[in-house]
Design a protein around this ligand. Sequence first.
Ligand SMILES: Nc1nc2c(c(=O)[nH]1)N[C@H]1C(S)=C(S)[C@@H](COP(=O)(O)OP(=O)(O)OC[C@H]3O[C@@H](n4cnc5c(=O)[nH]c(N)nc54)[C@H](O)[C@@H]3O)O[C@H]1N2
Ligand SMILES: Nc1nc2c(c(=O)[nH]1)N[C@H]1C(S)=C(S)[C@@H](COP(=O)(O)OP(=O)(O)OC[C@H]3O[C@@H](n4cnc5c(=O)[nH]c(N)nc54)[C@H](O)[C@@H]3O)O[C@H]1N2
Ligand code: SF4
Ligand SMILES: [Mo]
Length: 753
Amino acid sequence: MSTLPLSQDQLRAQFGPHLNLAPPGGWLSDPTPDKVVETHCCFCGQQCGIKLKVKDNKVIGFDPWEEFPFNQGKLCPKGVKRYLQGNHPDRLTKAMKRTENGFEPMGWNEAMDRTVAEIQRIQQQHGKDAFAVLSGVSLTNEKSYLAGKFARLGLQTKNLDYNGRLCMVSAGAGNKKAFGVDRAANSWADIELAEVIWVAGSNVAECSPITTDYIWRARDRGALLIVVDPRITPLARTADLVLPLKPGTDSALTNGILHLLHKWKLIDWDFVNAHTHGFEETLAAVKDCTPEWTSQITGLPVDAIEKAARIWGEAKTSFLLHARGIEHQSKGVDNVLGCINMVLATGRIGRPGCGYATITGQGNGQGGREHGHKCDQLPGNRDISNPEHRKYICSVWGCTDEELPGVGQSAQEIMNAIHAGEIKGLLLLCFNPLVSLPDSQFTREALSKLEFFVCLDFFLSESAQHADIVLPSALHEEDEGTSTSAEGRVIKINKAVDCPGDARPDWQIMVELAKRLGRGKYFDHFTSPEAIFNELRVASKGGTADYAGITYEKIVKNMGVFWPCPTEDHPGTPRLFEGGKFFHPDGKAKFNPTPYRPPMEVVDDDYPIWLTSGRVVFHYLSGTQTRRIGFLVEQCPHPYLEIHPRLAERYGLAEGDAVEITSRRGSMVLPAKVVKTIRPDTVFIPYHWAGALSANRLTARHLDPVSKIPEFKVSAVRLKKTTKDQFSPELAELQRMAFEARSNQTDMPERVF
Ligand SMILES: Nc1nc2c(c(=O)[nH]1)N[C@H]1C(S)=C(S)[C@@H](COP(=O)(O)OP(=O)(O)OC[C@H]3O[C@@H](n4cnc5c(=O)[nH]c(N)nc54)[C@H](O)[C@@H]3O)O[C@H]1N2
Ligand SMILES: Nc1nc2c(c(=O)[nH]1)N[C@H]1C(S)=C(S)[C@@H](COP(=O)(O)OP(=O)(O)OC[C@H]3O[C@@H](n4cnc5c(=O)[nH]c(N)nc54)[C@H](O)[C@@H]3O)O[C@H]1N2
Ligand code: SF4
Ligand SMILES: [Mo]
């Protein structure tokens, strides 16, 4: 049913330079704002404070919010430009339906009627679970919570999952297993006090830029920095020790380090005996992980491995940070557990300056993974298959156990089931799977098989282009709510402007749909984000992610509250494990053996090069938002293949040459970017683009067996030099526009300053 009819306008929306031009007459004529609103940046999990300047119901600029403790006024390039997105001409303001001639605007009522009729038809014909919901964690806590309740009680489907499945789930599963709780163990204040900082698979300077500042403050006090990454990232260029391991070998490295910590008697036995379980079997599993073995698997020199173990083992204070580099693997959970084993073995965790955290990715990647829009989860990070947890949530929601569905399928599994024809209908909000899931050709096929597909977005994303109905939702600055930062700090998003046209916040759309589906009794009382938050507080009470004592007022007064915060007079909890107390019922942490497994796909004669993928500082995720901000587009207009000079030479490639990259899933042609900062057996593609430019044409649908995260960080490819006329029309167009923008010195709207 769903094909891809791209009109000229849609093509422009997808590939144009998307300059956000000032309104006629220009803002410069009167840049004095009517008001300035304290809120947060929406473009990553750091959730930096920012003040938006508003005039005539438009965001016209920003001021630094210097009092906000996390970033103290600092912002990265995306944060500096985020104020521009609301004024983009592509902004959806009407509901749209797909016709044979492309998308046409439609009335709100008609869009709702059709959506409800199709949901009912599909569920009557094929069962409740044949209609799925895929959601996202750029949504506030209120919307995330509501998405879970809407799917379970509004649609009565078990098949609900979220885009954090591509992001935070390996860390979440590892943290829960080891600590009994899923949150950064410490606020970032502890980074500054650490004397060793270990960063694994995290491009901090580009992807969590404000964290760089904390690391540098520690460096100013003499801290040593160790970075584990197949690429020498900007942060790594300032490191004391760089460990550029082969992609997909992280658990071999952490096992090797644990082996040496034991051999060199650097284990804190008092801590291990008093506060943990499982050390003996974990130690047994690393018995043979000698430096030589570790070196052979990881490709790192023996002395570098030994030096790393020595620095880590002898430190008095330390902070270990990791991100998707180790988590986007078919053993993502094991990699996380391997890091935690290193943290627990040295016994420092819980003391000042001794920390551990995964750096959360998406805007609300932390809060959004706590309150029940994961397929196996209920609010407060409860477990949907635990009878006690179900009973409590049923009591809060006023439903019976029979009414509450069980565990559903995870995001990639939902897409697989759509492809297999088992799931027939989809409601998608805040997620662009066509760009973001692996094996995009498969995703495209799946989306085109849906009998009915409704998408909520504020731009016509590449996935939305396959929808039958698109409902215009609200931008971050058009609604209020709460969000939880990478540190675990619950913060307040404030409304700056009203929604244009028929656009409205996702929560209002879900509540209206639920009412029209005859399920209003569970949703009628949600008349504001605060009303939803107040129910979330009760639903989370007694769970590990306990928000019961957090109120909007308290967040504003204290500029954020760290959960758990069980009562209104509780100050919140910046450091989770003080005194060696963990969140399992017995208060102890768990070591977990992580025997090394190779990646699901390994290099061979046909596909001899490792491919990895990730981000650049100027774009956010699938690019729906940042590919519409002129300045950011200009800084990084199109994808490229990062390749080491030695490998480039082997293929006769010079900077800018066209190279065809082929995996078992597909192939694409990109310009080569020749850099000395990547392993010579590995290439890298930034993933922010769609269609012919999408890195996910090449990646595979291999999942971690526990977290179900795709292995975005490891595939095998072959390379071939080709000619520039083989560039896709999209790439050629972007190169042309980038060239023009440079030579014309195109005026950017930030002239407003
Ligand atoms: N500018 C920008 N910032 C962002 C985002 C964005 O899109 N753009 N997105 C946000 C989100 S949702 C996320 S999840 C975070 C992601 O933040 P990061 O995880 O820091 O970013 P990535 O680029 O995905 O990958 C991190 C690093 O992993 C390395 N890597 C690749 N393979 C391996 C491996 O096998 N082992 C190890 N150890 N490292 C490996 C890559 O070389 C890369 O430098 O960023 C957030 N911040
Ligand atoms: N190859 C490769 N693939 C990857 C990764 C990688 O490193 N390599 N990284 C993975 C990671 S870590 C992540 S997090 C995913 C991200 O994958 P996605 O979630 O698909 O990425 P986004 O660009 O955030 O897409 C969100 C969509 O929701 C819209 N949106 C934003 N806010 C709202 C809102 O409040 N309401 C509604 N209704 N819509 C909204 C945006 O316009 C956008 O179209 O990609 C994954 N894919
Ligand atoms: S670090 Fe993240 S939250 Fe802060 S300004 Fe940059 S994108 Fe926004
Ligand atoms: Mo992410």
